[in-house]
Ligand binder design. Structure first.
Ligand code: ADP
Ligand code: MG
Length: 215
């Protein structure tokens, strides 16, 4: 996957976040402060502007610019968390011009580690970690088993979706939703839901790349 695929991923993430802005905000209205969709849509719009304005010549540079922009433009917990995730992933990719599945797996691991270092959430705490962690494991497993890029990313997106669905029955132990205690049960975590959208956009960007016959 080259720089164009990473740009396509981020552009399409911005599109699905915008299309799901009200849905994400409604999820946050149930257990938070009703701003998650608004926060992320504003952040990704700023990311698109930054990618247009500044040259990002490698996949890593695209992700670092994405992360830095999210950190500077998004208030709320999710800005620094997603920003750190993208920055760490970008740093893990280094200066590579083409990213294979193994490198992408390491980038996801780095993103997850960054989110957990900053937010201290573990799986089961009803956060974005409940989508990101299983997705990271699924990608590593598929890569180790010799899956194609398309299949590995499909497995990661599916694992994220399963993880997000599982947050419905969890009681929140981190973030604003934790203030609700047991009343947070019965609702999907908004950050887990947005993680599914972003990883599904990655799956689709990579699939379009494979469809063109690019390496
Ligand atoms: P805020 O909670 O500040 O209003 P957002 O609504 O944009 O910020 O984002 C809320 C989401 O952030 C939650 O649904 C959850 O997934 C994620 N989140 C909050 N705190 C943490 C944390 N400590 N670790 C990981 N994710 C977290
Ligand atoms: Mg919120």
């Amino acid at each position: 996957m080259d720089t164009n695929v990473f740009r396509a991923w981020i552009t399409s993430s911005a599109g699905v976040i915008e299309a799901n802005r009200d849905h994400l905000t409604q999820l946050d209205a149930a257990i938070g402060d009703a701003d998650h969709g608004i926060n992320l849509a504003r952040g990704f719009a700023a990311v698109l502007a930054a990618l247009d304005a500044k040259p990002a010549a490698t996949p890593g540079a695209v992700l670092i610019l994405t992360g830095s922009t999210l950190i500077s433009k998004v208030g709320g917990a999710s800005g620094p968390l997603y920003g750190t995730a993208f920055r760490r992933a970008g740093q893990a990719l280094g200066a590579a011009e083409d990213v294979d599945l193994a490198a992408l797996g390491q980038a996801l691991e780095a993103a997850l580690a960054g989110v957990q270092q900053l937010g201290a959430a573990r799986e089961g705490d009803k956060t974005m970690v409940d989508a990101l962690a299983p997705a990271t494991r699924a990608l590593a497993k598929a890569a180790a088993e010799g899956a194609t890029q398309a299949d590995a990313l499909a497995a990661a997106a599916a694992a994220a979706a399963e993880g997000a669905a599982a947050t419905v029955s969890m009681e929140a132990r981190k973030g604003r939703a934790s203030y609700l205690g047991p009343r947070s049960v019965g609702h999907e975590d908004p950050g887990a839901a947005s993680t599914v959208l972003i990883l599904t956009a990655l799956r689709d960007a990579a699939a379009r790349d494979a469809g063109t016959g690019a390496p």
